[in-house]
Design a protein around this ligand. Structure first.
Ligand code: SF4
Ligand code: SF4
Length: 410
């Protein structure tokens, strides 16, 4: 597809990048078959091809209004379309550019802007989110049932985070909402790696990875957060940290993109590239042999049936497929078959808050496929998916590393 950039955008590097991405789309429509919003709504403008067309119009100088905002907002950024596309169209990057262009235009009402700003600020500050969650949990008994159900119950870690005590170490990306919502995930990861002689190190100066702001169109704020993390983690890589590991696939996919996002900044380009290259999801670091060794000797019957939900940020964003399943099997769990594993659960960062109706419909569809095989537990790899699914699932939803940790518990 050819795009004629408007005079205003002709010299913008972001617009030129968007033009190049659009140029690789051959308009074939294969992506429509795997797009969750197109499947639900049946409108071409709620498909990848339709959204590409809307962004193309903006780049050519057509006025963008409510229609463009509505259809770009409905996109989950799940990137299932990228996995399907035979031409390698980098739709995720294009959408981020399109959203950034929309945010600087006076289309949203002041109320909408305020909600997005508050969400971006509150969810990306660990201490602010933890305090707000705690207040909500205290007030929970006083709220009407429908509202109370939307506040996650308090969860405690099953043990303390292991102190760093081994010569081998890796930086552990802590995340913003995860430590307050599910503190056992990082604690379980630290216990598992401690058994393997590797300490997971937390870095005090770490801030939000920037994914929340980035997908809300707040690119400059996201870049500031990326720069701070590059500064914070480089010192640990210099000191011999073997990797930066993430237990939340939504954060991992963002950090793996720092090299690309900061490529034009002389002070950061090289170090950002290094940070991205060192970043791994837990499933890239843990080996089947490690898990087998951890689980060997445990005497309990662990043949629980597990339904594995692969988050979009793991399978489409990081292109990591069939990595967690062998680990769970090595730990002794039995996996149930899942239909349409490529489809999003509807969580998608702030999507489940801003596009509630679509998010709930997608969750119902996902849960019916996950629960078809009558699992005892649903396992996932991202805190957003975990919370969203857990709010309506009939069985517990856990991070897969918690199950590996349980398999190796004395
Ligand atoms: S599958 Fe790829 S090339 Fe075909 S319409 Fe979709 S984005 Fe364009
Ligand atoms: S990212 Fe997901 S929701 Fe958005 S267009 Fe692609 S497949 Fe559809």
């Amino acid at each position: 597809m050819h795009t004629e950039l408007s005079a205003e955008l002709a010299h913008s590097s972001a617009a030129q990048r968007a033009k190049a991405i659009i140029g690789s789309c051959v308009h074939c429509g294969f992506c429509l078959a795997t797009c969750p919003t197109y499947q639900l709504l049946g409108n071409e403008l709620d498909s990848p091809r339709g959204r590409i067309y809307l962004i193309k119009q903006m780049l050519q100088g057509a006025p963008a209004g409510k229609v463009t905002v509505t259809h770009l907002d409905r996109c989950l950024t799940c990137r299932a379309c990228e996995t399907t596309c035979p031409s390698g169209v980098q739709y995720g990057q294009l959408l981020d550019i399109g959203r950034q262009m929309l945010e600087v235009r006076p289309i949203r009402s002041p109320g909408e802007r305020l909600v997005r700003r508050v969400l971006g600020a509150a969810l990306s500050r660990r201490a602010v989110f933890a305090a707000a969650l705690r207040v909500g949990q205290w007030l929970r008994p006083l709220l009407p049932p429908a509202q109370a159900a939307r506040i996650p119950a308090r969860v405690r870690a099953k043990g303390m985070l292991q102190p760093a005590r081994h010569a081998r170490g890796m930086v552990m990306l802590q995340g913003c909402v995860q430590p307050a919502l599910a503190p056992n995930i990082n604690a379980a990861a630290a216990r598992v790696f401690d058994r393997l002689g590797v300490s997971l190190i937390t870095v005090k100066e770490e801030v939000c990875c920037g994914a929340l702001s980035h997908h809300l169109g707040g690119t400059e704020r996201a870049l500031q957060q990326a720069r701070r993390n590059v500064d914070a983690w480089t010192k640990f890589l210099d000191d011999g940290a073997e990797a930066i590991v993430s237990s939340a696939s939504g954060c991992g996919v963002m950090v793996k993109d720092y090299g690309e996002l900061l490529r034009h900044e002389p002070r950061y380009a090289e170090r950002a590239q290094r940070v991205s290259a060192a970043t791994r999801d837990l499933c890239e670091v843990l080996r089947v042999a490690d898990v087998a060794a951890i689980a060997a000797g445990q005497s309990r019957d662990l043949r629980s049936r597990i339904a594995w939900q692969s988050p979009c940020t793991l399978q489409h964003g990081q292109k990591l497929t069939a990595r967690v399943e062998p680990l769970l099997e090595a730990a002794g769990f039995a996996l149930t078959p899942i239909r349409d594993p490529h489809l999003c659960c509807g969580s998608a960062g702030t999507y489940s808050l801003l596009q509630r109706e679509l998010a709930v419909r997608l969750r119902s569809a996902k849960l019916s496929t996950l629960q078809e095989g009558r699992p005892q537990v649903i396992a996932t790899a991202n805190i957003g998916c975990l919370q969203h699914l857990a709010a309506a699932a009939d069985v517990p939803v856990k991070h897969w590393i918690e199950l590996i940790d349980e398999a190796g518990a004395p």
